[in-house]
Design a protein around this ligand. Sequence first.
Ligand code: B12
Ligand code: SF4
Ligand code: SF4
Length: 363
Amino acid sequence: MKRFDERDIQFSRVRLRPGTPEHAAYYAMRPENRRIDDEIRALPGLLSTAAALGEPALFAAAEGSFFLTESLRAAVNGPLSATRLSADPPAMTEYLKSLAVHYGARTVGVAELRPYHVYSHIGRDFRDYGEPIPFEPGSAIAFTVEMDPVLVRAAPNAPTVLESGRQYVEAARVAVQLAAAIRAMGHPARAHIDGCYRVIAPLVARDAGLGEIGRMGLLMTPRLGPRVRLGVVTTPLALVTGRPASDGPVVDFCSRCRKCAVNCPARAIPDGDRAEVDGALRWRVDGDACFRYWNVVGTDCARCMAVCPYSHDDNFLHNAVRWCVRRSGLFRRAAVRLDDVFYGRKPPSRPGPRWTRLVPGRR
Ligand code: B12
Ligand code: SF4
Ligand code: SF4
């Protein structure tokens, strides 16, 4: 698989300002993206109170979280201890995974870094914009943090972006803390957090054995489905890697389900079969259509995550269903139908918790 250029992701493109060298260089390289990017830049924008689903107080709370995550970008790397603690790879792996859980991760895995995990060029950090990213072999520790199901079920309304912001902070805090602990043991380590990634997190997490990638293009974990945020720490330390799950059951379920595609307000998720993209068979989400919708409504939507049958609560009943879904094709067929019966083919967006409806501002 070829390496992806971070300059091509929507968050990098939306920040380009006419008259700057970055703007000129990017649209000389990718003239086909100019029209949609100009259209998106003219919209109210993410967390704009003028947007269709604007909620001033909840957007202010989300801003608070994004401010904190942004402040943590300065800490993704740091000083290295001169004293080096060594351990054999299995012991070190167990220790670091347990430490990540202790810090707040829900699940943790390790992958050997592959070139396709790592962006080819820097796109979001304007200090180093366009710099090539050298591929350095090593290990990637990937972990999940859970997103609250009640807030997610409010998607695409403001409570969801509040939760995205909060869990971006959690993922960033765990990653920064874990990387700092590894450096304090004398080994280099870098945290990958929102706005400051060098890796495509769902691909790393899949290869670390944390789940499979489904129709909506996100990591589907065994107990929370896509309802997680991801963090990654990379290090040259030799660690014991996990085994990627076979994506058979998820692909089979997604082929029948299509619920995310049916409910996506931007029609950004393909509802047909997988297609070949750069030599790999997969579903590819239309990121521009998704991001355009965010800039109209002001939230980061997440309706796909909210309606996905894999996102249901982590409880005995749903885990029993998940267990059977993983093992039986017949059960998968039945489960797709049953989810529609119990939750609806187009589940309504739920109100957020009462306190999120007490806030001042427009509704
Ligand atoms: C750019 C970006 C977006 C863009 C583009 C969407 C996209 N799918 O890439 C936009 C703004 C539209 C977006 C939307 C959302 N995002 Co987003 N996004 C990112 C970001 C910053 C970079 C991903 C990237 O480089 N994409 C560009 C290329 C690689 O995209 P692509 O070719 O379509 O490939 C995607 C998949 O198909 C898969 N993939 C790539 N190659 C291959 C090859 C094979 C064989 C397979 C099977 C899959 C696969 O990986 C890519 C990422 O999902 C990541 C953080 C990170 N560094 O990973 C978060 C991230 C992917 N987003 C996340 C989330 C949760 C969302 C939203 C639900 C928003 C929300 N409220 O939380 C929506 C969901 C939209 C969707 N269904 O994809 C989470 C995903 C968690 C998970 N369970 O996997 C991440 C990891 C952020 C995080 N730290 O948790 N996002
Ligand atoms: S909603 Fe259905 S089709 Fe979409 S990712 Fe979830 S299981 Fe797959
Ligand atoms: S976040 Fe919303 S617009 Fe984007 S793919 Fe998911 S459902 Fe569609």
